[in-house]
Design a protein around this ligand. Structure first.
Ligand code: AQP
Length: 342
């Protein structure tokens, strides 16, 4: 059997645009750990350059980047087995991002629903970086020739664009240089919804803190937020199809399933006919049992921010040894003179 053209390599990132949420944990972080533990080469990043596409207070950004890194480690990322760093320390990302800005088409970018959602009616007044976000995301991934990207469902369209960029680059320059990445969107909670509105994604930048569970929330806060989560007056049905028009109920069932490591079908069987007065406390207990150890470990790690910075710096050096030669080859392919010494 011949060796695959591109060996399996996982890349993914999270923005330090706020504290990490249960959505980030179930849709991304938990699965990052699973991939690492399967023995696949894994590269994970706090994407601070993406975070500044919307305004970030500089001190808060540093704090959130460290806190995000602490969350990765507390959730089970081992900085020796995975590469863990913050994006701005590896300049290959923005260098390749610029080249991809020249590959991606305005029409492709204009169709990105995340941009439309984030820009809203204010699209004349948002940053150019927010518009170019998916092209930098493609660079994050392809600077490592990563083949698989675990993400939540909301990132599917950005990954399709990453595939289009890789294909167009390969075609334009008649090379077989970049892999066409595979999104890895799996599990019972690929899109965790807001606790206040089951039709809206749980998001770290939602103005309402009640809409989300933060990885920094203590046990009481988690339990209170779940108790107050919006639901309807009906008991849980005995099959998933009957949750179709009950987005809030469906969201809580999916969260339970993802935290317990069960399928949503199993959960609905176990709780068929239960009122939320029974289901919510059970969910709160489960959420606290799963999240509290992570929060406590994050708090412990945040006592020593110098150690977190050291881990991020070491990760950046390891990341750079992979990305630098790839981006140097890209410069050659596109026709840049590289004659500077040193
Ligand atoms: N609600 C969610 N359910 C499942 N997965 C989610 N992810 C985010 N929210 C959910 C996944 O987490 C990873 C990192 O996301 P990100 O920080 O890069 O940006 P985002 O998707 O825009 O997340 P937020 O929380 O909504 O951030 P803000 O508010 O700053 O825009 C991705 O894999 C994402 O799919």
């Amino acid at each position: 059997m011949s060796a695959p053209a591109f060996p399996t390599r996982i890349f993914s990132g999270i923005q330090p645009s706020g504290g990490l949420t249960l959505g980030n944990y179930l849709g991304a972080l938990k699965r990052f750990v699973e991939k690492q533990d399967e023995g696949i080469e894994t590269i994970y990043c706090m994407v601070d350059m993406h975070a500044i596409t919307v305004w970030q207070d500089p001190e808060k950004l540093r704090q959130q980047t460290r806190e995000g890194a602490a969350a990765f480690i507390a959730a089970g990322i081992d900085p020796k087995r995975s590469i863990l760093f913050n994006q701005s320390q590896v300049t290959a990302h923005v260098e390749l991002g610029w080249i991809f800005n020249c590959i991606a088409r305005m029409g492709w970018m204009s169709r990105m629903t995340q941009f439309k959602d984030k820009a809203g009616k204010n699209s004349e007044n948002v940053s150019l970086g927010l518009f170019a976000y998916p092209s930098l995301m493609a660079a994050d991934i392809l600077a490592y020739k990563a083949t698989h990207v675990p993400v939540g469902d909301d990132q599917k369209q950005h990954l399709e664009l990453c595939r289009d960029i890789a294909i167009k680059f390969n075609n334009d320059y008649k090379v077989d240089f970049f892999p066409v990445v595979e999104p890895v969107i799996e599990g019972a909670a690929t899109r965790v919804m807001s606790l206040r509105d089951g039709t809206k994604k749980m998001s770290k930048s939602d103005p309402s803190d009640q809409s989300r569970i933060n990885l920094t929330d203590d046990a009481d806060t988690i339990a209170k937020k779940i108790r107050k989560a919006k639901t309807d007056p009906e008991p849980l049905p005995d099959n998933l199809a009957d949750l179709k028009d009950r987005p809030e109920a469906k969201n809580l069932v999916n969260i339970y399933a993802a935290l317990a490591g069960h399928t949503a079908e199993q959960v609905i069987k176990d709780y068929a006919g239960a009122q939320f007065g029974t289901f919510k406390p059970a969910l709160a207990d489960l959420a606290v049992a799963k999240l509290e150890p992570i929060t406590l470990e994050m708090n412990r790690l945040m006592q020593d921010t110098a150690e977190i910075d050291r881990i991020l710096g070491e990760g950046a050096e390891r990341a750079d040894t992979i990305a630098r030669p790839i981006v140097d080859q890209v410069y050659d392919i596109v026709g840049m003179i590289r004659s500077r010494r040193g």
